[in-house]
Design a protein around this ligand. Structure first.
Ligand code: SF4
Length: 426
């Protein structure tokens, strides 16, 4: 009994009716009452891990070795909706694969199409949570903006996702699945560029994001060049360090949004945990060119003096500055800077030798801003939760920590039913 009492601890848990609540768990019981982990399928493994798993499985069944290569190709390189579609494999083998290696799918709940070609997807996950991706075609480039969490604990005031609160981390198969689903829809329209700028803070879900980066980039995965994959963060320092340790040239974008600590604190609660000075030190230590994301908000961060301060921060790093018009969905009292102010701000940066790009607003006739569609469809607008914030950033001290249950061995769970779709064009 004493042992049981000692193992008790309080943990935040999200409850659909009451939001976050502290609940008491016992360490071993908590393992048993957690839901089955998303993250336990073959699509959650990295391509090298999946190869080992499949090769062993093929060898154990006395199958010819070349079957392993055929099977692995069907995970990411030439994906299919179900093993039944892999007609190069004998039917009994397809049946065995269906039982042993189920291929999880995302359900396209809503698809919005903008007149400018932008497409927004609201994906429904197996447990009913919602996430979003946005496909932004520009000439021959097809940039897919993907989510790494459902909701977000960080509460940036200008962001629709920030109003939802944190729901849960995504597994690697759910993050990479956003790419896989689009390839299943049209292989010729495979994304050429990936940006982690959808829902969530990717560096607060580092274990799954780390795996996803490998899946996206590896030649046996989606084979997308590292320089075409950008991870955007508000400045989670342990995560930036972890990303810097990866040998590939993945790009880093830092959501700066303000040139002083006071201004940043008013827009982004994360400033209290990782302040501007610390974020700038991390950007210098990253040792590769970084991009600063800067959303222009009327009267908050768009004065000439703000441009001068921003130039002073960007110049020593040779940082590219992306200026973003404010999209709707966050605090309704915030107004976008007008076009003249945006031009003047950009010119002032350029006159001081900074490469500044004004990003065109895309998908304004649909709910393209991060989190906007989910809030509209699910009405998941909650107040910022300091407890959820503390729980999220507390975990960030150890970038390998995860809020998900540990991966369980590959199981024989059943495949999901064919995705249902609601298509909305505007
Ligand atoms: S901007 Fe990013 S980090 Fe901030 S609340 Fe939105 S999703 Fe979270």
């Amino acid at each position: 009994m004493w042992l049981l009492w000692r193992k008790q601890r309080w943990e935040p848990q999200f409850n659909h009716r009451h939001g976050f609540q502290a609940i008491r768990r016992t360490s071993y019981l908590s393992i048993m009452d957690l839901p089955i982990a998303p993250g336990s399928t073959i699509l959650d493994q990295t391509p090298p891990e999946a190869r080992r798993t499949i090769e062993t499985w093929v060898a154990e069944r006395g199958l010819p070795r070349y079957r392993a290569g055929q099977i692995i190709q069907r995970l990411w390189q030439h994906p299919m909706a179900s093993w039944d579609a892999a007609t190069e494999l004998p039917a009994p083998l397809r049946g065995l694969l269906t039982e042993t290696f189920p291929l999880p799918r995302l359900t396209a709940d809503v698809i919005q199409r903008s007149s400018d070609g932008t497409r927004k997807y609201l994906w429904r996950l197996a447990d009913g949570e919602a996430i979003e991706s946005v496909m932004i075609p520009t000439g021959s480039r097809r940039t897919l903006c993907i989510s790494s969490q459902s909701g977000c604990a960080l509460g940036c005031v200008f962001c629709a996702t920030g109003t939802m609160g944190f729901r849960r981390n995504l597994s690697a198969s759910e993050i990479a699945g956003q790419v896989r689903e689009l390839i299943l829809e049209d292989a010729a329209a495979k994304p050429t560029n990936i940006v982690f700028m959808g829902m969530g803070e990717p560096l607060l879900n580092w274990p799954a994001v780390d795996r996803t980066l490998t899946i996206l980039n590896h030649p046996n995965g989606f084979g997308i060049g590292a320089r075409h994959i950008t991870l955007s963060t508000v400045g989670i320092l342990p995560g930036i360090e972890a990303l810097a340790k990866r040998p590939e040239q993945f790009r880093l974008a830092i959501s700066l949004h303000a040139p002083t600590k006071d201004q940043r604190r008013a827009l982004m609660p994360i400033e209290k945990k990782y302040d501007l000075d610390a974020v700038m030190r991390a950007a210098r230590a990253f040792a590769r060119r970084v991009t600063f994301e800067y959303v222009l908000i009327a009267g908050k961060n768009d004065a000439d003096a703000d441009a001068d301060r921003l130039a002073k921060m960007a110049r020593p790093l040779g940082a590219l500055v992306n200026l973003l018009p404010l999209h709707p969905g966050g605090d309704p009292q915030l107004m976008p800077s007008n076009a003249g102010r945006i031009r003047a701000f950009a010119d002032r940066l350029r006159n001081q030798g900074i490469e500044a790009v004004v990003r065109r607003s895309r998908g304004l006739d649909i709910s393209a801003a991060c989190g906007q569609l989910t809030v509209e469809v699910d009405g998941k607008r909650r107040r910022f939760s300091p407890a959820a914030f503390d729980a999220a950033v507390g975990r960030s001290e150890d970038p390998t920590a995860t809020s998900q249950p540990a991966a369980v061995p590959l199981s024989r769970s059943t495949s999901r039913a064919a995705p249902r779709r609601r298509v909305r064009s505007r």
